[in-house]
Design a protein around this ligand. Structure first.
Ligand SMILES: Cc1cc2nc3c(=O)[nH]c(=O)nc-3n(C[C@H](O)[C@H](O)[C@H](O)COP(=O)(O)O)c2cc1C
Length: 234
């Protein structure tokens, strides 16, 4: 199994240790890891060149492209990050902003449609759900139907080695059990939700196609939908 991990922290702390246990259980054949903020693109400037021309013109293309390519090649996409002020860390959101061009609303890549993704988060004690939401929403809009989540509350502290052995053993049991469901990974079926979003975007592109007169240059988005055979230009 090929895995890519987007680590939302460079600290070798709680997030890192939980993710390492997950990988130890999974034993992927091939592993590519990115560590944010080091490997994160700078904030999106809002230039919109990705949408109106090409993502290769993004000022942060050099940072985004290796992560995107690794996601396309992976069987399992893993996001592992701590909860910051009840949400995902800003550098994780900054990466997600740059992936907008590959959302259903723009130029989705069919290689994403049968993938599985995992979100691993932890906090001191705050609920993890809202922090997982941004990443889950982004993955669904990128076409990933199967997104599994697991969250932890450290409770005893935020320094991994200072957490009691009993509690760390409990975390280990929980994440190993969670990881075991990915041992025999099969391509995910497309969910009703992703099918619905795809159909809505297809309708939108079909309408745009009808409104674009013959001979006028097509938007990169519409051209992409035509090239993939999803919109037929009459
Ligand atoms: C900037 C910042 C904000 C945080 N916000 C929260 C929070 O809102 N709720 C919470 O329970 N923990 C919060 N934490 C704790 C983290 O979720 C995490 O438990 C801690 O950073 C240890 O993770 P690490 O060892 O992977 O760095 C925050 C930590 C940082 C650095």
């Amino acid at each position: 199994m090929k895995c890519v991990v987007v680590n939302g922290t460079e600290q070798k702390g709680c997030t890192y240790n939980l993710k390492e246990i997950f990988l130890d259980e999974l034993k992927p054949r091939q592993l590519t890891e990115f560590y944010l903020p080091k490997d994160a693109p700078n904030y999106c400037t809002g230039c919109k060149l990705c949408f109106v021309k090409s993502e290769t013109l993004c000022p942060h293309y050099q940072k985004v492209e290796p992560i995107w390519q690794a996601m396309l090649e992976a069987d399992l996409i893993i996001f592992a990050y701590p909860v910051y002020v009840l949400r995902a860390p800003g550098h994780v959101k900054s990466l997600l902003d740059h992936l907008g061009v590959h959302w259903f609303a723009h130029r989705p890549d069919p290689r994403m449609f049968n993938k599985t993704a995992v979100i691993i988060t932890q906090s001191i004690g705050a609920p993890n759900k809202e922090a997982q939401k941004d990443v889950k929403t982004c993955l669904n809009w990128l076409g990933v139907s199967r997104v599994k989540k697991i969250g932890f509350g450290m409770m005893e502290g935020v320094i991994w080695n200072e957490i009691s052995e009993a509690r760390r053993a409990k975390f280990e049991r929980k994440i190993r059990k969670f990881a075991r469901q990915f041992h025999d990974l099969t391509p995910a079926n497309r969910s009703l939700k992703t099918k619905f979003i795809f159909q809505m975007c297809k309708m939108m592109q079909t309408l745009l196609s009808k409104k674009t007169p013959e001979g006028q240059e097509l938007s990169p988005d519409l051209q992409h939908w035509i090239d993939n055979g999803w919109v037929v230009r009459k």
